[in-house]
Design a protein around this ligand. Structure first.
Ligand code: ZN
Length: 316
């Protein structure tokens, strides 16, 4: 039983409008769902991803309006690493991000930057054979688009404990450069540990809340059994509308989730309409008026696209 790399990553923003603008207009991701935090329906839960909203490229944000900037510390993920296709793509992004006011750090085969709230990202050239998960954008040639998650870098309270959970419970393989790779039949992704900073972390805007690893409905029950057999405290299976999830905290402090491929984002309607309206879980639908009234209105990020942009094609 194997996990299919990173399913999604969830972070926090204090400003849904700027967040939407940054991740769709600057980074070129697609807004794949606009919903509310199930545990707190007065705030948004925004989902960005590839054109078909597939696991592996799904970056989501809880909005806490006005949240102060946080800081990644021990027990937290501090950087999200994305795949791009080539060195030309690295050069494209270094230029594009600088032009949009980001401070860009170019390393050997990497481009590193942070969003407007300090959430760190890194782009690396894809050396896998995994299917590229790209979104369409009028200013970003397809060959330069982000292709999904490569990995995450984290700070652990207990590196040996983190390693033990990754290796013995999650079937991760230890790789060079302090990485653990989780790879299933469809995709892979890794977690790497870095030396934590002295300063304590603060979970707030611009920090990662949790990282989810991919599984299927068919195997999730067995993952739950495995966690329970190892006496790892966990949430049990929770219905997150787009997927089914089990949460647990690894010994180093990072919140992990095991999320299923099914049912996916087209549970709400056709792929062409992803992100267009606010989706509420069925039990909140009867309160739609009140829920929507409390949310900041967000524009359709594709409303001003030139009409020559190719129509979204269904490739699923
Ligand atoms: Zn999640």
């Amino acid at each position: 039983m194997r996990l299919d790399g990173i399913h999604h990553i969830t972070a926090i923003t204090g400003d849904a409008r700027r967040n939407l603008d940054y991740y769709t207009r600057v980074l070129g991701l697609r807004l794949t769902a606009k919903t509310v935090n199930q545990d707190q329906p007065s705030v948004y839960h925004l989902f960005y991803g590839d054109e078909l909203a597939r696991p592996g490229a799904d970056l989501t944000f809880f909005e806490y309006p006005g949240a102060v900037p946080g800081r990644a510390g021990t027990g937290m993920v501090h950087r999200i690493v994305w795949r791009i296709a080539s060195d030309d793509a690295l050069a494209f992004w270094a230029d594009r991000l600088s032009n949009h006011g980001s401070e860009v750090h170019r390393g050997d085969g990497t481009v590193r930057f942070a969003d407007f709230e300090g959430l760190e990202h890194e782009l690396v050239v894809d050396s896998t054979n995994d299917e590229p998960l790209t979104a369409e954008h009028p200013e970003i040639p397809a060959e330069f688009a982000l292709r999904g998650f490569e990995g995450v870098r984290a700070y652990s309270y207990h590196p040996d404990g983190t390693a033990a959970v990754l290796e013995s419970l999650m079937a991760a393989g230890r790789r060079d450069h302090g990485r653990w790779e989780v790879r299933g039949g469809k995709r892979g992704g890794w977690l790497a540990l870095d030396e934590p900073p002295a300063e304590r972390g603060r979970q707030s805007a611009g920090t990662v809340h949790h990282v989810a690893w991919g599984t299927t409905d068919a195997e999730q029950g067995q993952w739950l059994e495995r966690l329970n057999a190892a006496r790892v405290p966990n949430s049990g299976v929770i219905d997150r509308h787009y997927f089914h999830s089990i949460y647990f905290r690894e010994p180093g402090g990072v919140l992990f989730e095991l999320a299923t491929e099914e049912p996916g984002f087209t549970v709400d309607g056709p792929v062409e309409e992803l992100g267009e309206r606010i989706i509420l879980p069925p039990w909140l639908e009867s309160q739609r008026g009140q829920v929507e009234a409390r949310l900041t209105p967000l524009p359709d990020p594709r409303a001003d696209w030139p009409s020559t942009t190719p129509a979204v094609t269904s490739r699923a």
